[in-house]
Ligand binder design. Sequence first.
Ligand SMILES: [Zn+2]
Length: 105
Amino acid sequence: MEQRKVLLTGGNLLQAHTWKGLLESSGISVDVRGEALMGGVGELPVDMQTVELWVDCEQLTASQALLASLDVEQPSWQCVQCHEMNDGSFELCWQCTSPRSETHN
Ligand SMILES: [Zn+2]
């Protein structure tokens, strides 16, 4: 008997596996479904690449909270050199390659 729910549905397999790894490192079992749709065919259009993350329904709330906290941990940051906004996952300014600073705006 399966007691699982869809945590999220997205079209990005790489992102799905990143989340899966993060959740599983926190002890949450994750199934990634939908990969079979694109397995090795290479002819499917991008918008067919529906990926679903499934978790145990008892862990759904914790999973959602974890994903939310992951977003919070990586806010965008503004370069102090050129004032460009950078994605939270960048350690260097994409424009001028200055190191990330603690200054946030
Ligand atoms: Zn910069």
